[in-house]
Write a protein that binds this ligand. Structure first.
Ligand SMILES: CC(C)(COP(=O)(O)OP(=O)(O)OC[C@H]1O[C@@H](n2cnc3c(N)ncnc32)[C@H](O)[C@@H]1OP(=O)(O)O)[C@@H](O)C(=O)NCCC(=O)NCCS
Length: 161
């Protein structure tokens, strides 16, 4: 994802996350950390090969040996064709490149579709963050995937219950 992708990504963001869409500034800030030798972010977009339209996007933050899935989304008209899986595969490769041992993510407790995708990749539920999604006061399920057993600190994250 580059800065010129932000406008079409925001269109998808508002369609898919109407209650808590990221602002343009959040994407700009993330992309500012996605390039160069000290990069801590990896952001990618999926384009329709025929039209060039952006149909999905995803981002990951690396913090030491921990990676966090910041966002993942696919245009509703492209769901169920494997794009979400491709984007997640790309993020996990990036986590490996960042030499992260563990990948964490938060997902709404009522988002069964996304949870199923994560489970297929081996993510396991490790706790909840109460009222994480506002407005609506929706809880987040925290999920974890261990990429490198030898390096991973498998103690549950603090801040979860
Ligand atoms: C969650 C989300 C990213 C999944 O994207 P997706 O492109 O539909 O994901 P996939 O196609 O890879 O997998 C979804 C389903 O399609 C099926 N599928 C995968 N590849 C397929 C293929 N080639 N042909 C047919 N079906 C396929 C999968 O089996 C899966 O079905 P299942 O969930 O019943 O097992 C998407 O629904 C989305 O953007 N949701 C809104 C935003 C969101 O909630 N993001 C997550 C925030 S935590």
């Amino acid at each position: 994802m580059r800065w010129w992708d932000i406008a079409p990504v925001l269109d998808l963001e508002h369609a898919l996350f109407p209650d808590d869409a990221w602002s343009p500034g959040m994407f700009w800030s993330e992309l500012a950390h996605a390039r160069g030798p000290g990069a801590t972010r990896h952001y990618t977009v999926a384009e329709d090969p025929v039209t060039g339209r952006i149909v999905g996007y995803a981002g990951l933050a690396a913090l030491g040996d921990l990676a966090d899935v910041q966002t993942i989304a696919v245009s509703r008209d492209a769901w169920g064709a494997g794009l979400g899986s491709e984007l997640l595969t790309d993020l996990l490769k990036a986590a490996t490149d960042f030499e992260c041992a563990t990948v964490l993510l938060e997902v709404r407790v009522d988002n069964a579709r996304a949870q199923k995708l994560y489970e297929r990749f081996g993510f396991e539920p490790i706790g909840f963050r109460r009222g994480y999604y506002q407005p609506g006061n929706i809880d987040a399920l925290v999920m974890r995937l261990t990429l490198n057993e030898d390096l991973a600190d498998t103690a549950p994250e603090t801040g979860t219950e």
